[in-house]
Design a protein around this ligand. Sequence first.
Ligand code: UD1
Ligand code: CA
Length: 453
Amino acid sequence: MKELISIILAAGKGSRMNSELPKVLHKVGGKPMLQHVMNAAECAGATKNVVVIGYLGEQVKAYVGESAEIVEQREQLGTAHAVLQAKETLKDFSGTVMILCGDTPLLDAAELQEFFSTHERTHAAATVLTAVMQDPTGYGRIVRDADGKVLKIVEHKDASAEELAIAEVNTGIYCINAPLMFEMLEQISCDNAQGEFYLTDIIHLLVKNAKLVLGVKSKDATSTLGVNSRQQLAMAEKLMRERTLDRLMSQGVTIMNPESTFIDAEVVIGRDTVIYPFTWLEGDCVIGEKCQVGPNVRLYNVCMGDSNTIQYAYAHDTHIGEACNIGPFVHLRPGTRLADDVRIGNFVEVKNSWVGDGSKLPHLSYIGDTDIGKKVNIGCGTITVNYDGKKKYRTNIEDGAFIGCNANLVAPVTVGENAFVAAGSTITKNVPSDALGVSRAKQSNIEGWAKDR
Ligand code: UD1
Ligand code: CA
């Protein structure tokens, strides 16, 4: 097979999105649409992606970085003109180009790979991926002759009544011989209803030059769905989500209510984990086996091992070991790392802290910038006082320590191994190992005071 390079069109205005963000950077399944397209092209065998930018191109360029080659289309004169911008970059390339649009996030990489190999096997000059649509409105129609050979593509706005009745449409995805393509592109005119240089005209030009052009029907018309509006963005999101949930269920994950479960495309979940309703798993989440996640859990970039239970919680950029029990009403903030068998209970916030094996933070605490050892008990209402208004300091609570209820640990401070802190204490000095730290006013009772009042 010849070498494959993709050209991804992403210069269009996307006016119907009504957005300050370029259309292709709008996210579906947690990732920009353009990223899905670049990934699919690579999976299909592309050794390089060339992205054509234009409208709000700086933002697209900044996103793409080094991951693809960028060419600029200064004026949006049509799809043929857009592809032509890659001519200089690909002047020494004699292989096959796959043309894709940056706004089709649901592409099926396996189908694209098959599409490419069909193109190579048949030695076609160009192969166009088509789809049969119940409502073909707006799409270019595939016109075939009596033998079923592709003759040309007619844009909706240029089509005759007879052509408008054709249900087979152009998905905008093509494989085409690179040098031949650039030669033909020069010959395309803008003599049509929209006054644009149509890439689709290349099909008729090739046919006129007695070149073999094939039309391959896509098996799943939804995979080439283009996003032009927020409504279509929501539709793509829904389809992507269904796909992700379907994958996870096949991999042995129980999703109790798919309609109220929102999982980004690349999230990994182990077997026999149960996802309860109203759960969001976003970004790069990795969830182990046999966990119970939800209801009402939002996790962003959270990595957790097996057999954890988490409910009514929000955690981000957090690492969780095994067999932890978290929630309800917990906030785990960036830099938090829980070891195994940790209990984080009701109304507890943990930030940038380590919590060792078997430690318990069961109720109403703020723990920030703290290192907690193994088998530590943090009493109800304990607060680490990590901030003096200018700087943040760490608290260190060593293995086996017991912090009584409603203690303030004023950082920087260390509570040593197996030490105790008396309930209600404000600790400003280190408590040595095995000691008791007490710092509270002594109680005195005034007999009969209430009656005399
Ligand atoms: C195009 C096809 C149509 C096909 C449909 C599939 C043409 C003439 N028509 O129509 O046959 O059914 O896609 O979705 O090709 N773009 C640029 N520069 C430009 C113009 C467009 O980069 O000057 C990009 C857009 O950002 C978009 C893609 O090309 O990603 C397609 O352009 P769009 O205007 O959406 O074409 P359609 O009218 O949808
Ligand atoms: Ca389009």
